[in-house]
Design a binder for this molecule. Sequence first.
Ligand code: ATP
Length: 144
Amino acid sequence: MEQEKNKVLKVNVVTPDGNVYEHNAAIVIAKTVAGEIGILPDHAPIIAPLAIDEVRIRRTDSDTHVDWIAVNGGIMEVRDNVLTIIADTAERERDIDVSRAERAKQRAEARIQEAREKQDIDQLSRAEVALHRAMNRIKVSKHR
Ligand code: ATP
């Protein structure tokens, strides 16, 4: 029983800039491209592509504290109580520059408008992804 209580997930979030996050968690909730998933200690091994969304991490060092990370897609792997997320970019709620994200959102909206007028599908899909990224950062920044 005591052993059960002590089980934790070691969570690592890695980007090309380095390690963004490293803590022990009681539960992690992430959005895969197939839907939301909650990972507890002793979860079966999985590899899943993530959506551009927030990852919620309840840490073991506090009953109430939850960390939030804005991930730009990426891959999540769970194995042997280690949960690793590898993403192009990932920011913790407290590290998000909200005005930068607001500016990125406005630029993306302008590009979407322009792409619609030009009927440029490639520009439209790139701008929609950029908008999604900016809106995700804005959403995650509200958790701090
Ligand atoms: P921007 O147009 O503002 O650069 P972007 O979506 O094109 O936004 P990315 O290419 O996704 O930016 O990220 C480039 C780098 O900047 C990454 O290291 C990412 O973590 C960081 N970054 C981007 N936007 C923000 C933000 N609003 N707050 C903090 N870091 C950010």
